[in-house]
Design a protein around this ligand. Sequence first.
Ligand code: CP
Length: 294
Amino acid sequence: MDNLVSMEHLSKDEIFSLIETAIEFKQATNYPNLSNKYIANLFFENSTRTKCSFEMAEKKLGMNVIHFETSTSSVSKGESLYDTCKTLESIGANALVIRHSDNAYYEQLDGLNIPVINGGDGSGQHPTQSLLDLMTIYEEFGTFEGLNVLICGDIVNSRVARSNYHSLEKLGADVMFSSPDVWKDDTMKAPYVDIDAHIDQVDIVMLLRVQHERHQDAGSFGKEAYHQGFGLTKERYNKMKEHAIIMHPAPVNRGVEIDTELVESDKARIFKQMENGVYLRMSVLNQLINRKGN
Ligand code: CP
């Protein structure tokens, strides 16, 4: 693995290796020492979890984090993404974490000689979110084979849905979608189902954030109408299997994708996903930074 830009490029063995190392880090008190390595986090779209989680992971590994703010960088003078990244490589960065609104922005960066870690590209991929989701599922169930996963919401705009669909299917889980017609995406072959017909049968309910910022017609759904039609209401929660869990990449629109009282309920793993994200990102950084020749 030279870069981490898409879940579609990872084999099953690579996925398991990253998850297992992350679980080891979670149980450890000492971590690899990467204090001679430098990294920059370039976030061209807003973030709380991914940006802070990467910074925490980098600091736990002793890495030196180069401060980079898009608003005060020469990007504001029109410098291209490639020239910005090549500059950071030239001054000594050993790796870059990048979030960008353009799908597959990383295809412009083939001329770089340092690893790129995709922190989310438009509606394309969010590989570290998918890996931390997989880690959370693996900790819970110890396998992916035969698990029934219902992914609910704004499928077409969701890089989390796309990343998880590909990885869960690869690992042997059965994925179903539930979504309003306008947010369906037929490029993924999972069946679309009625949430009420399946809520009592699935092992994992994965809720997606309604991405208002990516909608042309932001007013197409009222919050209450969406919640009643596609959200996790208390009534639906009470029908879930005893061992079933709730996931959400967050940020959560409380009262829309999920009833606010369920966000920290017994079945919810939303904050555990965030906790796991630090160890999973440590695992990714450790593997990429230590690759041959870097
Ligand atoms: N889940 C996630 O990517 O959150 P942020 O947008 O806050 O990074």
